[in-house]
Write a protein that binds this ligand. Structure first.
Ligand code: ASP
Length: 311
């Protein structure tokens, strides 16, 4: 089995000014994880590494650069799943750690529980040796501007005004298969700009933001969280593949089905167990990238597949 990793940098009405940063960051994340897989790393290590790259990058709504809640605070969420034994780890309402995905990974390996939130996630992280950072150090100017714009119109997903500052999109995710055929998925987000204090979205919820099963495939999602979680989008895609659809058709069917039923947009990236790639979004844009046979494949616009040499 040739290892492969596919990443996304969030679905939504991404303004033109953010396109280049998201494409660059998505390719960098894919490259980091690809090298790790080539060196014999596990799928779980690879998806964490890809997400860590994007959590560090202000172009994405995860880690540093996360969007802000109504009180102007960062409250981050992340989940990770291993398809060989359906092991999961997730955290929510994390305010003062740089890499929520790494804490989620430790929940998977070291906790009898699946999802830890707020104070409990912090206690666990400190016990495992993670260091806190000042919450303000995670806030970017773009996130502040996005919250100010939201406070003017107070409509989630409204983008016709202030698109340059909308910034509320850019959840990140990765799906990988390693050389043993094991699949893993990781997803990390700051949520939605202007969200209520304590709001929990789809990203930390297994089956909504993240799902992996070695017998079928893996999926990471992004988009309108309240819709994604009602539709259990990641699990819906896996179930469609289990029923015989290929990765591309399953991804498109479920994303469009969610949008039709709930009138909000989303995107997803999918790998089938044999390494088929599925990328689909009902939003205006979603950045994604992977590397295969010495070439990057990537895009952000509807129907776009760009490619260039990977060295
Ligand atoms: N799904 C995320 C949330 O609602 C946001 C996003 O993907 O941009 O929390």
């Amino acid at each position: 089995m040739d290892p492969i990793v596919l990443v996304h940098g969030g679905a939504g009405d991404i303004p033109d000014s953010r396109v280049a940063g998201k494409l660059r960051g998505s390719k960098m994340a894919a490259a980091r994880a690809h090298r790790l897989l080539q060196a014999g790393g596990s799928a779980l290590e690879a998806v964490e590494a890809a997400v860590v790259v994007m959590e560090e990058d202000e172009s994405f709504n995860a880690g540093y650069g996360s969007v802000l809640n109504l009180r102007g605070e960062v409250e981050m969420e992340a989940s990770i799943m291993r398809g060989s034994d359906l092991a999961v780890g997730a955290v929510t309402l994390v305010k003062d750690f740089k890499h929520p995905i790494s804490i989620a990974h430790r929940v998977l390996t070291d906790s009898p529980h699946s999802l830890l939130g707020a104070e409990g996630a912090k206690i666990f992280a400190l016990e495992k040796g993670f260091k806190t950072v000042p919450p303000e150090s995670l806030i970017s100017q773009n996130a502040r501007d996005a919250l100010n714009k939201f406070l003017e119109h107070r409509e989630f997903g409204r983008t016709e005004i202030g698109a340059e500052h909308e910034g509320g999109v850019g959840t990140v995710g990765a799906v990988a298969i390693d050389s043993t055929g094991s699949i893993a998925v990781a997803t990390s987000t700051g949520g939605m700009s202007g969200k209520a204090v304590g709001r929990i979205g789809d990203t930390p919820q297994i089956g909504s933001g993240t799902y992996a099963d070695d017998g079928v495939g893996g999926v990471s999602t992004t988009g309108h969280g309240e819709s994604i979680l009602k539709y259990c989008l990641a699990h819906s895609i896996v179930k469609l593949m289990e029923g015989g659809l290929d990765a591309g058709t399953a991804t498109k069917t479920a994303v469009n089905g969610m949008t039709k039923r709930l009138n909000n947009t989303a995107g997803a990236i999918t790998l089938s167990k044999s390494g088929q790639v599925g990328v689909h979004f009902s939003s205006k844009r979603m950045s994604w990238a992977y590397i295969r046979d010495g070439k990057y494949y990537y895009g952000i616009e509807q129907g776009e597949v760009l490619s260039e040499k990977f060295e």
